[in-house]
Design a protein around this ligand. Structure first.
Ligand code: CA
Length: 217
């Protein structure tokens, strides 16, 4: 999953990026509205954390402009805890909001729920045949036995599982599991899929030749 953080306060931005990366997300960040909007339009993020008070273009303006083009889930970070602000945010197309200062566990929980809602799933546990994926704990079991996956392997598996029965292209996988800092060549999707099949069974992930991958079960 790939997240965009639009936040101008350097310390908060740094902390958010680091914490999200530790949770296994690929993360891009921008300190200003216009630049952030550019990134949001260019790339299909799984969710955007959007600060309201930004230099230049503020969060409301970014949201309004973004909604003319894209339905990317947006979680607003607001300093003001007024009902007006909340109503305004939801009216203008925000999917959720958090009032600063907020706890990271709450942010993570809201983010997971937001991403699940977007793909139309309500449970944080995904069951595919003998494979159980616990999205909150980021753990995978096969027939009840824990399977150790690398962060990248987990990210690919989770993305495919959330988009079960859909074709997921390699481009999509690159876009959703890597961030701007990543060297794509050292993170070949095919290599991770090969390793996932070894650990989870060869029939789980289907190759659609020349197109990408899918989990069809
Ligand atoms: Ca701010």
């Amino acid at each position: 999953m790939r997240i965009l953080v639009i936040e101008d306060e350097p310390r908060l931005q740094r902390n958010l990026v680091r914490a999200l990366q530790e949770e296994g997300y690929a993360v891009d960040a921008s300190p200003e509205g216009a630049e952030g909007l550019g990134k949001a339009r260019h790339c299909d993020y799984d969710a955007i954390l959007l600060d309201v008070m930004l230099p230049g273009m503020n969060g409301w303006e970014v949201l309004k402009e973004l909604r003319r083009h894209k339905a990317t889930p947006v979680l607003m970070l607001t300093a003001c805890d007024s009902t007006d602000d909340r109503v305004r945010g939801l009216d203008e197309g925000a999917d959720d909001y958090l009032v600063k200062p907020f706890d990271l566990p709450e942010l993570f929980a809201r983010l997971r729920a937001l991403i699940r809602r977007t793909v139309g799933r309500s449970s944080s546990t995904l069951q595919i045949g003998e494979i159980t994926i616990a999205c909150q704990a980021r753990t995978v079991r096969r027939n009840g036995q824990p399977i150790a996956l690398t962060a990248r392997e987990y990210a690919i598996l989770e993305y495919l599982a959330l988009h079960r029965k859909e074709l997921v292209t390699r481009t999509q996988l690159y876009e959703h599991i890597l961030d701007e800092q990543d060297d794509t060549l050292s993170n070949l999707v095919d290599v991770h899929v090969f390793s996932l099949r070894k650990k989870l069974g060869h029939e789980l992930i289907v190759t659609r030749r020349g197109q990408g991958y899918s989990i069809d079960q």
